[in-house]
Design a protein around this ligand. Sequence first.
Ligand code: SF4
Length: 435
Amino acid sequence: GVKNAAGRCGLGAVMGSKQLKAVVAKGKQGIEIAHPKEMLETVEELKEYIMNSKISSILGSVGTPLLYEVSNTLGAIRTKNSQLNAWSESLNADVVETFVDKMIGCSSCIIHCRHRNKLGGEGPEYTALGLLGANLGIEDTAHVIELNNVCNELGLDISSSGTILGWTFELYEKGIINKEMTGEKLCFGDFELAKKLLYQISRREGFGDILAESTRNVERFGKTSKDILIAVKGLPQSDPHDVRYIKAFALGIATSSRGADHLRSRPTLEIFLNLPQEVRDRIYGKGVPGDPTSYKGKEKTVYFSDNIFAAIDSLGICKFICHGFNSPHFIDYTWMKKLIHCASGWQFKEKDIQEIGKRVIDIERMFLNREGISRKDDTLPKRYFDDPMPLKITKGHHIDRKEFDSLLSRYYKLRGWDNNGQVKKERVKELEELM
Ligand code: SF4
């Protein structure tokens, strides 16, 4: 769709530097299916199974904006560079819906969770509402949708753009950067300013030329600027959710390979406070309390999610319908096993597929280890440790350094990494032989 710009992590910049406009794959032969009849039957069965989940119809009618209200009610929406944690109800799904032309879906998907908006673009997703709305102090729904459309047209990552703009607005407010550098006054809540800066970033004009360097600007803005930067491993946080409250989310973004990526392991079920404990036990194993503020057992939540999301990514299936992402009633290893068999004829066991997910995570980690990334980098923005959340139910919550440290150690142990976050030699050897 028009909003699939794949802007995150600067792929467009890499392509630009190589003078590569696009990569096109074409062919006429199709893909041979090992068991076509069984495949059709399984897909029909799976469709019914997925549509029986309550979340499917909610996703199909309002899409991810439903998460804005959930997070905002809790007081867990990143607001004004995480100085605040709650924002306006004007960005709730029912208001956004009045701007929706129609719901659409990715190729062959039965969920249809995406919107075509009346302002000429696609979206907004929850990330846009949070990061181009609450995080920039903008309340007007139409303005947020317009910023969303501008980012998509320009191929800019909404999460990174919203995070970097919010960061620089606060830096300006605090006097860490000034007009001499920016050329004009920066402030939250100024839609025209935000829009102008997005264009300037894409054209590398004016202050946008500096903003385009993203988190690298810590060197230019000075060391104190890093204290209020919401990024991990140099990558701005993608999730508009304030992770100070939900500890599994915090561990997930701290350990994600690329940086503060929520899609690596987001255990959205942590938000569903009324999920029965026996369901939780079945998914993550025993010893994971339902309380999202508890550090206990949350290494298991992230470990499970890392593995299954890596497996479903490898199959090219959308994470939104993966077991444990939005619902316990979606595609799990048993469904994956069936689909793989129908398509390829291969006979995998559930644990083989889980092992594939584990291998993906370990190989990514081997790459990171080779580049010097280790425990010191699996951390969180300083603000998440030091500044308690100021509003609503989540008021007073922050990340405790000691608790986080032992959670990280338990996670490494579960992954089989050493206490410095390095993949152990035997595993490296095993995977290298396999490769
Ligand atoms: S493939 Fe995923 S993102 Fe696309 S419409 Fe379906 S559920 Fe939504």
